[in-house]
Write a protein that binds this ligand. Structure first.
Ligand code: GLN
Length: 264
């Protein structure tokens, strides 16, 4: 108990030092930084065997929290609830391999981007689907609910999608991949790094060479807390400039990049 009090006092002292330089900010709970996420999105966020959390987003968030003198709290939920949870003031930020979109900008504010995501197509190894155009031929596509992959694929054919009737939304990426393995869908559209992790973990799947859409990942903060947005963004920029962000990303995905370079 005593330890907690000391930690909190120290935290408060650090916050006060920071507020001298930047605008004062508040968080959901004093001394803490609550991060809404869906910890089923490797290598950005996933659970560890001992019930903790790890991944690129978790580590960058931890480094941001440390810079701000706060303790990171990971709040794991369905991806579809992350933005609303921040809007409702239950969490301070959403960090979930979250793509910046115009529509989302109406609901939350975004920091600078810290990573690029690419939507890719996973198919069974023996599939007749070779390009994204082949998805149009009466195929069923599995996506993760509420994601940009779902939004693009379910859009009308005129808008470059395949139509809502051709897309099935699953609660998370792992369930969409399971549906692909059992033949319930013909392909899964999902972000490239999680796609690689799912293909590595399951036999008989491959990723098509074609990139579907390239996007920017950023941290979402409530529109009602511009001071916190600024504080998080300043911390993020510092971590990008001093190489911390690159080091964290490299720790989780450099091995894949090397592998790709070797096969090119
Ligand atoms: N990048 C995608 C999106 O923002 C998927 C994110 C996720 O599933 N965690 O919609």
């Amino acid at each position: 108990m005593k330890k907690n009090v000391i930690a909190l006092t120290l935290g408060a002292a650090m916050v006060m030092t920071i507020t001298a330089a930047a605008a004062e900010f508040s968080t959901v709970e004093e001394g803490k930084l609550y991060m809404a996420t869906n910890a089923a999105f490797p290598p950005y966020e996933m659970t560890t065997d001992d019930g903790g959390f790890e991944g690129i987003d978790v580590e960058i968030a931890g480094a941001i929290a440390e810079k701000l003198g706060l303790e990171l709290v990971v709040d794991d939920m369905e991806f579809g609830s992350t933005i609303t949870s921040v809007q409702a003031g239950k969490d301070d930020m959403v960090m979930a391999g979250l793509t910046v979109t115009e529509e989302r900008k109406q609901n939350i504010d975004f920091t600078n981007s810290y990573s690029t995501g690419v939507q890719v197509v996973i198919v069974p190894e023996d599939s007749d689907i070779e390009t994204v155009d082949d998805l149009a031929d009466d195929k069923m596509i599995g996506c993760q609910e509420g994601t940009t992959g779902y939004i693009y694929c379910s859009d009308t054919v005129e808008n470059g999608g395949y139509g809502e009737d051709h897309v099935v939304a699953y609660t998370n990426g792992a369930m969409a991949v399971q549906a692909l393995l059992t033949g319930k869908v013909d392909a899964v559209v999902i972000d490239s790094n999680p796609a690689k992790a799912f293909v590595e973990a399951n036999e008989g799947l491959k990723i098509l060479d074609t990139e579907y859409v390239v996007e920017d990942y950023a941290i979402g903060v409530s529109k009602e807390n511009p001071e916190l947005l600024e504080a998080i963004n300043n911390a993020l920029v510092e971590l990008q400039e001093d190489g911390t962000v690159d080091a964290i990303v490299g720790k989780y995905i450099n091995a894949d990049a090397d592998e790709e370079a070797a096969t090119e």
